[in-house]
Design a protein around this ligand. Structure first.
Ligand code: OOG
Ligand code: MG
Length: 262
């Protein structure tokens, strides 16, 4: 089956309206059971185009479902990607307004900022390692627009891979000062440790996740420009949060990140 431009636009409106007005919708594969991977990406790129047309800047990319912990939690075994718009960014120590979100969850991630353009196909971890400007800690706040946070890989790709908010900062480090595989992370909510993990949870190494992103972008004739900020995916299962929660994520060698849900 192939969906025409008008239908792609209609699905983009359906999902972006749900994001902007913070309400749940049924997953798109219920209405379009034959929708393809490429068409779901067409929807995501159309949502991105519309945000840019309204004056928003795209400030980074994210990979999702790159750890076994996340794949198990969501019942989806295929990694996905999404974009980060300027208004997704919450300052370190800042407040996340739950009234703007549906059912937020937090994820502990490692972000990589690149110094060179990366292009696929055939991009591998070595290419990424040689293009790392620095590494930063990041916490993603995901918020699926789908009812009960349940979806399949096609639906989630169209929904910009549940992207919603993120916090970064901490202590940026050069890649040669770190072992990203053994880099440990501790997530605390209201002072209680809720998850612990290490960088190897991300496809063996967070840099492998960036290589995968580059190869997925190549399928659409896109490259990852120099200076890109990329979140490599959650090392831990995502943890649901509510107004009143204080979240601290402590990273080995990268400092810590805090935020408050209001
Ligand atoms: C999809 C996005 C997952 C991650 O880091 O694994 C993701 C979801 O679980 O809603 O951002
Ligand atoms: Mg994530």
């Amino acid at each position: 089956m192939s969906l025409d431009k008008e239908t792609i636009g209609k699905i983009a409106t359906y999902l972006e309206d749900a994001e902007l007005n913070a309400y749940e919708v049924t997953k798109i594969t219920d209405d379009y059971p034959d929708i393809t991977w490429d068409e779901c990406l067409d929807v995501q790129w159309e949502i991105r185009r519309r945000k840019e047309a309204r004056g928003h800047k795209i400030v980074g990319m994210k990979m999702g479902l790159t750890s076994v912990a996340k794949m198990r939690q969501m019942g989806v075994e295929t990694p996905c990607y999404g974009f980060l718009a300027d208004y997704f960014s919450i300052p370190e120590g800042g407040e996340v307004k739950t009234s703007e979100l549906i059912h937020p969850k937090v994820e502990a991630e490692i972000a990589i900022v690149t110094s060179k353009e990366l292009s696929g196909p055939g991009c591998h971890i070595g290419n990424v390692m040689s293009a790392i400007d620095f590494v930063m800690p990041a916490v993603e706040i995901i918020d699926s627009r789908y009812k009960d946070f349940k979806f399949d890989v096609l639906s989630v790709i169209a929904d910009n891979s549940s992207s919603s908010r993120f916090v970064t900062g901490g202590r940026a480090r050069n890649a040669d000062e770190l072992d990203m595989k053994t880099l440990g992370v501790v997530m605390e909510i209201n002072g209680e440790v809720v998850e612990v993990a290490a960088g190897a949870a991300i496809l063996g190494n967070p840099a492998a996740s960036v290589a995968m992103l580059v190869n997925l972008l190549a399928e659409r004739g896109e490259v990852l420009p120099a200076g890109s900020f990329v979140m490599s995916g959650s090392m831990t299962p995502a943890v649901a949060v509510k107004a009143g929660d204080a979240v601290t994520v402590r990273y080995q060698d990268l400092g810590s990140l805090t935020m408050k849900f209001v």
